[in-house]
Design a binder for this molecule. Structure first.
Ligand code: GDP
Ligand code: CA
Length: 317
């Protein structure tokens, strides 16, 4: 089993590359649920949906999230009826949220509901939520605490972030399926997602990091930071604001307690030596993913790199 940890748009691109590079049943993607919210009474899981739509080949190619060709007639009418429209939900998108909410209301776990949606859309990879308990990212800003989608979507991630916490994380547990996937992982890949708010919550589920460290296969990450910037979103400003290096080296430091190797972009080749000095191996390649072929290419290179790593004791731990 190949296990990938993914947030939203950045993570989903590499997850798709992996799904194209591997036999259909060999991929398990563990997704972030700390961005989830209840909106219009529906349970919305933005990161799981981005992975789901991307693996199903349905994602909007322009945004990376939402469904290609979707329309907003439902949201438009909701707005006329007085509802808020700052969180964009397409007409087809609504179907997913309605179905998920119904399955949860009928007593299914988020894991089971997600499996049903995944099957329904014909996706062969397993998509597993990081936990079944509700967890919510709270972003502390000079204007006070903001819920994640308030910060990210409504306020367009403009606020300086002074702290991040995951409300409810203490009560979260690693689901059996996640534990089983980690225990049998040939390779674990941390996709290029925001380290603080996309992969951070997954790593913060009590017991997750220990299981990751104990997994049999090597653990490699692909840096979401290239040339001192995030390709999209606030990861660069968040890292800087919280005192981290905005570089693959900063990413390596965040994961160094469990990571075996880091894939970094050609643009950052000069940092490879310093990352290796932390006790990690590195692969320098082109890491900006375009269309499917390109995603597949980076997935193949990352898998090859991971498989080449021998699990000898590493310096600096
Ligand atoms: P979100 O939940 O939709 O914000 O998505 P993620 O957390 O999964 O992804 C956001 C991160 O993906 C940003 O830090 C981007 O720099 C990174 N990213 C997006 N596209 C690419 C890409 O093609 N290559 C790499 N290396 N990183 C990317
Ligand atoms: Ca997200």
């Amino acid at each position: 089993m190949i296990v990938a940890l993914a947030g939203g748009v950045g993570g989903a691109k590499l997850a798709q590359g992996l799904s194209l590079a591997l036999p259909p049943d060999d991929l398990t993607v563990i997704g972030n649920t700390a961005d989830d919210m209840i909106h219009f009474g529906l349970r919305i899981s933005p990161d799981l949906d981005t992975v789901l739509y991307t693996l199903a080949g349905m994602a909007n190619p322009t945004t990376g999230w939402g469904i290609a060709g979707d329309t907003t007639r439902t949201l438009d009418l909701l707005k006329r009826l007085g509802a808020e429209d700052w969180f964009l939900i397409g007409d087809l998108d609504f179907a997913i949220h309605i179905r998920r909410s119904a399955l949860l209301a009928a007593g299914q776990s988020l894991t089971a509901a997600t499996a049903a949606l995944t099957r329904g859309l014909g996706v062969r990879a397993a998509i597993l939520p990081m936990c079944d308990e509700p967890v919510a990212t709270v972003v502390e800003t000079p204007d006070g605490p903001l819920s994640f989608q308030d910060y990210f979507v409504r306020r367009r991630h403009q606020d300086p972030v002074t702290a991040i916490r995951f409300a409810g994380i203490e009560a979260a547990t690693v689901p059996d399926g996640v534990a089983a996937a980690l225990a049998s992982a040939e390779v674990i890949i941390l996709c290029p997602s925001n380290p603080l708010v996309s992969l951070g919550p997954i790593l913060a589920v009590p017991g997750f990091r220990d299981r990751l460290t104990a997994a049999p296969g090597p653990r490699v990450a692909v840096s979401p930071i290239i040339g001192g910037r995030a390709l999209k979103g606030p990861a660069d400003r968040m890292l800087a604001g919280l005192g981290h290096d905005v570089s693959p080296l900063g990413v390596a430091r965040l994961y160094r307690d469990f990571l075996d190797g880091l894939v970094l972009d050609e643009e950052d080749a000069a940092l490879a030596a310093e990352i290796e000095a932390l006790g990690l191996r590195t692969l320098v390649t082109r890491t900006i993913m375009g269309e499917a072929d390109d995603r597949r290419r980076l997935a193949v290179e990352t898998l090859g790199f991971a498989r080449s790593l021998t699990l000898v004791a590493r310096a600096g731990r």
